[in-house]
Design a protein around this ligand. Sequence first.
Ligand SMILES: Nc1nc2c(ncn2[C@@H]2O[C@H](COP(=O)(O)OP(=O)(O)OP(=O)(O)O)[C@@H](O)[C@H]2O)c(=O)[nH]1
Length: 287
Amino acid sequence: MTIQWFPGHMAKARREVTEKLKLIDIVFELVDARIPASSRNPMIDEIIQHKPRLILLNKADMADAAKTKQWLDYYASQGNKAIAINAHEGTGLTKITSASKELLKEKFDRMKAKGIKPRAIRAMIVGIPNVGKSTLINRLAKKNIAKTGNMPGVTKAQQWIKVGKELELLDTPGILWPKFEDQEVGLKLALTGAIKDTLLNLHDISLYAIRFLEKQYPDRLQKRYGINEIPEEIVELFDQIGTFRGCLTSGAMVDYDKTAELVVREVRSEKMGPLTFEVPQDIQAEE
Ligand SMILES: Nc1nc2c(ncn2[C@@H]2O[C@H](COP(=O)(O)OP(=O)(O)OP(=O)(O)O)[C@@H](O)[C@H]2O)c(=O)[nH]1
């Protein structure tokens, strides 16, 4: 599902997350490991304020492992705890509870010192559309969905999911909007499936993908499309790809629409191998 965001939707989404923050100890901020910066909500720090946060780099199976490591090191250097996960297969999920405990140690120690009975850590997942929130919730839930509607201050019944003995997760995630203002961010979001193709020109997306592969993973581009030497002219490159893969019109000319669609589909579908579209240096350069 991809939402069309308007100011009214954004305000409502923000309100819903803010409301639920009162119920939880920690936010699990889900981002796409292929675009950890571009898949964040631009106002996330302002929205969650000082609430402890665990960053989860999801879809790590589709990302370049060496670059995921760079991101994890970067977050650590910023004093943020982050974990790479694959919600689809369930990889990395066992670390979520231990990392949450570590982040909340002081708070829970203080509660203990005041004589408050130990309880499970309460968390909620937030993230932009399609980042894998429902997949993660379902993975963590297994069959342990418990209804606990009578918590103080809760008007609407909240469903809590028990994840082992030490963690409880709100069953509805906070859906926040992605960044829109930056053209490059938009292209990355489209390439990873976070926003609809129809919102951007398919040729622009494929051009971005090709330029990216040419720069970062030229060997994969060459191998996949039988290219000996990458030509300087992008049209020639499209011609070679289209010819190699049989994306032709009835008159045996290269069909650029089909070629663009093929490239975008293959970059998205892991046919090119795991890819990461941005590294921490990109955002550090902006800062
Ligand atoms: N390869 C891979 N795919 C994943 C992973 N997590 C989720 N997906 C896929 O990503 C797509 C979106 O996942 P959802 O769980 O529906 O995402 P969501 O954030 O709940 O989406 P919205 O309902 O739009 O907010 C689905 O096709 C999932 O199968 C992962 O770790 N690896």
